[in-house]
Design a protein around this ligand. Structure first.
Ligand code: UT7
Length: 310
């Protein structure tokens, strides 16, 4: 039994905050933000919209795309560091709002690697036949923990949600390999006090090393070579970090998903949002090999290789 993605959806708030808007709020420039990060604009949720609201919109689309009903869902796993409340979890809120009557529900806290952690959690329940359909969501309302007076962090983040329904898929498809990891000694480089606190240079160094290494590792574990990769979907944190991972995989630019210029860093939501973008652009076909990789606060990391299709 292989576990794969059978449905997908995303939600992005309508409000766009551009680099030029930020120039009016703090001592920064469009030029600095674009050249250092690749970000041009990001979406910001309004005061009435919390993480569970964005998650609900993305989840509804994923469930419809999978062609199942909420009652079919066995479990909900939401990756987020910005839940509406510490408890109840966003997953429990979704369980109620979706009417997923038989679903177990829990949140996963692994920052920007959270979506990969969630997918691997789901894979194991599905492949052991314990559960059939699992909803995995990545959602963040980072704007509510952003210090809008700190230019070191405020220019980087955005809000949004992505969701997948995972379930059994045909032989040879689905998740082929994965790697998860953590290094708690680096927790001091990226954490939440009241707001997001970050040592950008240290996170940058870690990310460059880890993204490349984990991507290569999952290919090796799956018995695949770099040429087998159809599309590379890295966590969208900084275009320079993404580019160094792409070069490590020796992939041409068109094989790397890039949504950071439009949405900034949406943490656990960035990978599923990017998958939808590539699907809509017609860049993912059945049997394509996709490598996804994320890293973030914890420090945490996760990567997987997946063969697309049901
Ligand atoms: O999901 C994981 C989350 N975090 C990350 O992925 C972050 C990883 N790190 C990075 O992406 C980069 O380190 C940053 C984009 C955060 C910073 O880029 P950098 O090339 O490492 O710049 P830096 O920290 O070395 O700062 C260079 C200069 C500094 O000025 P001085 O000290 O050289 O005079 C900063 O004060 O740029 C200044 N600076 C800014 N200038 C204009 C920092 N932020 C800004 C800003 N606008 N927003």
């Amino acid at each position: 039994m292989n576990a794969g993605i059978i449905g997908i959806g995303r939600y992005l708030p309508e409000k766009i905050l551009t680099n030029h808007d930020l120039e009016k709020m703090m001592d920064t420039s469009d030029e600095w933000i674009r050249t250092r990060t690749g970000i041009e604009e990001r979406r910001i949720a309004d005061d009435q919209t919390d993480s569970s609201d964005m998650a609900f919109e993305a989840a509804q689309k994923a469930i419809a795309d999978a062609g199942i009903s909420p009652e079919d869902i066995d479990m909900i796993v939401t990756a987020t560091v910005t839940p509406d409340t510490p408890f109840p979890s966003v997953s429990c809120m979704l369980q109620d709002r979706l009417g997923a009557k038989k679903a177990a529900a829990m949140d996963v806290s692994a920052a920007c690697a959270g979506f990969i952690y969630g997918m691997i959690t789901a894979k194991n329940f599905i492949e052991t036949n314990a559960y059939k359909y699992i909803l995995v969501v990545g959602v963040e309302k980072l704007s509510k923990i952003t210090d809008w007076e700190d230019r070191n962090t405020a220019v980087l983040f955005g809000d949004g949600a992505g969701a997948v329904v995972m379930g059994p898929v045909s032989e040879g498809r689905g998740i082929l390999s994965f790697e998860l990891g953590a290094d708690g000694s680096g927790g001091k480089y990226l954490y939440q006090d009241k707001y997001i606190m970050m040592n950008g240079r240290e996170v940058f160094k870690f990310a460059v090393r880890q993204m490349g290494e984990s991507s290569v590792n999952v290919l090796e574990k799956a018995g695949l070579s770099k040429e087998d990769v159809s599309i590379f979907i890295p966590h969208q944190a900084n275009i320079r970090i993404m580019e160094s991972a792409r070069q490590r995989l020796e992939l041409p630019p068109e094989k790397m998903s890039k949504t950071i210029h439009k949405y900034g860093n949406t943490s656990s939501a960035s990978i599923p949002i990017s998958i939808v973008e590539e699907l809509e652009a017609g860049k993912i076909k059945d049997d394509d090999v996709i490598v996804m990789v994320g890293f973030g606060g914890g420090l945490t990391w996760g990567a997987l290789a997946l063969r697309w299709g049901r």
